[in-house]
Design a protein around this ligand. Structure first.
Ligand SMILES: NC(=O)c1ccc[n+]([C@@H]2O[C@H](COP(=O)([O-])OP(=O)(O)OC[C@H]3O[C@@H](n4cnc5c(N)ncnc54)[C@H](OP(=O)(O)O)[C@@H]3O)[C@@H](O)[C@H]2O)c1
Length: 290
């Protein structure tokens, strides 16, 4: 891997991946629909995809872009289909034309959440527009021989530009706002820098097909919030546990979700570190810079 195109380098996962590629001396081109220092690319605009490939000529493409707001996808299924399902198909066509390896970021939301955590072989059954359209993208990508689809979930990191769960928790704690947190949504919190490292190692080692890449601890969102408060030294009184049914979310959620990582551990000889260890890294950043 010498020259990579990161589609969605302005996002949490794409940005983390880009930083790691730079540290590993890999040449990086990153895309966004806004901002300087990025190649312009809109997954809903075929010409911009072709132009991005023309400028970067990548040996490997990481497709991190998506319409990630689950409730917005439910409200605008047409746009979600264009961006999450059809866009990846167009990217796969470009990769086929140029012989680039394609790595796609998928989600546990391809499952219905009746019986998680899930392995790569379990039958999919998405319950939301986000889940259905991401599954469409995953299938379009896997049609391309040698491509890799990484399923992940509840990705967090210290990134002031991101609204990930941990950044929301820190911001609510600081402003004194209450934070309603579902106590019945189970999954595996996943630390973005560890996700990026595992995915680079998988892709660099020639892995193909579907791999689950998530943290090792399966818990509900309330338990995750309490664990973060404990590691950060926050009084958890601002966290209000609620059943999902009381949160007024537009899209249904897979409740008992989460992913198993046996296949990842077998391939890399390691899984991701425990959640408490990753949260401690964020605590160190908070103490040092804030
Ligand atoms: N975060 C999670 O918990 C999680 C869980 C499971 C799976 N995933 C998957 O992991 C990937 C990365 O997630 P993330 O947390 O990094 O998301 P994020 O922070 O919300 O970033 C989303 C990215 O998508 C780009 N984007 C949105 N609409 C686009 C469009 N029409 N054309 C091109 N780019 C577009 C955004 O770029 P601009 O707005 O700058 O153009 C941004 O770079 C996604 O595919 C997501 O489905 C994430």
């Amino acid at each position: 891997m010498k020259r990579v195109l990161i589609i969605g380098a302005s996002g949490q996962v794409g940005g983390t991946l880009a930083s790691l590629c730079v540290r590993r001396k890999i040449e990086v081109y990153g895309t966004s629909r806004r901002g300087q220092g990025f190649l312009y690319m809109d997954l809903a605009d075929k010409a911009s995809i072709a132009a991005g490939f023309e400028k970067s000529a990548p040996d490997t493409v990481f497709l991190c872009s998506a319409m990630t707001h689950v409730d917005n996808c439910e409200r605008d299924p047409g746009l979600a289909t264009l961006v999450n399902a059809q866009g990846p198909g167009l990217v796969a066509e470009e990769c086929l034309r140029r012989g680039s390896k394609l790595v796609y970021f998928s989600t546990e939301y391809v499952f219905d959440g009746a019986a998680g955590p899930y392995s790569e072989e379990d039958p999919v059954s998405p319950v939301s527009v986000y889940g259905r359209t991401k599954l469409g993208g995953e299938r379009a990508v896997l049609n391309l021989k040698g491509s890799l689809a990484v399923r992940t979930t509840v990705v967090y990191s210290h990134n002031p530009a991101s609204k990930n769960f941990i950044m929301q928790l820190i911001s609510n704690y600081r402003s004194g706002a209450k934070m309603r947190v579902p106590l019945d949504q189970y999954s595996n919190p996943t630390y973005a820098p560890e996700l990026a490292a595992a995915v680079l190692d998988l892709a660099g080692g020639g892995a193909a097909g579907i791999y689950n890449v998530v943290g090792p601890d399966w818990m509900n969102r309330y338990e995750f919030a309490l664990k973060a408060c404990s590691v950060f030294g926050f009084d958890p009184g601002f966290i209000e546990p609620r059943p999902t049914s009381e949160l007024g979310q537009s899209a249904p959620r897979p409740l008992k979700a989460g992913l198993k990582t046996g296949k990842l551990v077998k391939r890399l000889g390691r899984g991701l570190p425990p959640t408490a260890e990753s949260l401690a890294k964020i605590a160190a950043v908070i103490e040092q810079y804030e």
